[in-house]
Design a binder for this molecule. Structure first.
Ligand SMILES: C[S@@+](CC[C@H](N)C(=O)[O-])C[C@H]1O[C@@H](n2cnc3c(N)ncnc32)[C@H](O)[C@@H]1O
Length: 254
């Protein structure tokens, strides 16, 4: 008998970003899995738990799952694949042991599940393993990508242009592809824009978007780059973690 796993995008920091569809989906859950990634991100876990209290049924069971640690050495993709496999096993165990047929479990996903998030892939791994017959539902959420654009009041594409989204690691390793001169960069713990900027590079940067700690800085990297690094370091020092995202334009627009 089937059980359902709802992957619910919750927006990127402000509870008011929750869509009506997400509120309804939370209200249908029998169990919510809350991934515990350690104390650094406990603020994010508390926000998820608050949403579950507000919009979940009184009978909703919240199951906290310690996230398995990622191996520190080895080839990157292999390490991530092994980590996904471990997560899939843990989630599968809860679904198998704690859910009755026709019941629904849910996971609140930061931002939108489609952007640099492994939740959909892990749910599909569980489906492929076939131990728990599983229907997967995905509820979209407001991504940090949208918050960045709204915060700076910019469109991400130039007229008729493409939008390139990448990570700090890829930007450092590979630069931008031929013919692409701007990108949205996520998951960059190293302020890679400082290494890669050309004299005219322009940056639209945002940290802790949607929260009381939100910071937005825009300008030529040559002028604002070091200030961004300082603001970022201070946020991380005070909160124990920081999430930031930016649009890097390698040619300033006229
Ligand atoms: C694992 S990815 C998850 C992205 C998420 N699914 C989304 O739609 O935004 C985490 C990265 O998203 C970006 N991010 C997420 N939330 C953010 C926020 N509130 N402010 C700034 N950047 C954020 C950062 O680049 C961070 O390193």
């Amino acid at each position: 008998m089937m059980v359902t796993l709802s992957l619910i995008g919750i927006g990127s920091g402000d509870p008011r970003q929750l869509t009506q569809q997400a509120i309804d989906a939370i209200g249908e859950l029998d169990i919510a899995l809350v991934l515990d990634k350690g104390s650094d991100s406990s603020e994010l876990r508390l926000l998820r738990e608050e949403l579950l209290r507000r919009f979940g049924r009184s009978s909703l069971r919240v199951v906290r799952l310690p996230d398995p640690p990622r191996a520190a050495s080895g080839e990157y993709l292999a390490r991530v694949a092994a980590w996904h496999e471990q997560r899939a096993e843990r989630w599968e165990e809860v679904l198998r042991e704690q859910l009755s047929p026709q019941q629904t479990a849910g996971i609140l996903v930061w931002g939108d599940p489609a952007f640099y998030d492994s939740t959909i892939r892990i749910a599909q791994t569980i489906q492929q393993r076939g131990v728990v017959p599983l229907e997967v539902k995905v509820i979209p959420g407001i991504s940090s990508i949208q918050l960045l654009a709204a915060g700076h009041q910019i469109a991400l594409n130039q007229l008729n242009g493409t939008i390139h989204i990448t990570t700090g690691r890829r930007l450092r390793d590979e630069g931008l592809p031929e013919g692409v001169d701007e990108a949205v960069v996520m998951l960059d713990g190293q302020c890679s824009f400082l290494q890669l900027a050309t004299p005219d590079s322009e940056i639209f940067w945002g940290a802790c978007l949607g929260s009381a700690d939100e910071q937005l800085i825009h300008g030529r990297v040559a002028e604002v780059g070091e200030r961004i690094r300082e603001v970022r370091d201070k946020l991380r020092e005070r909160k124990g973690w920081v999430m930031d995202i930016y649009l890097l334009r390698q040619k300033a627009q006229s």
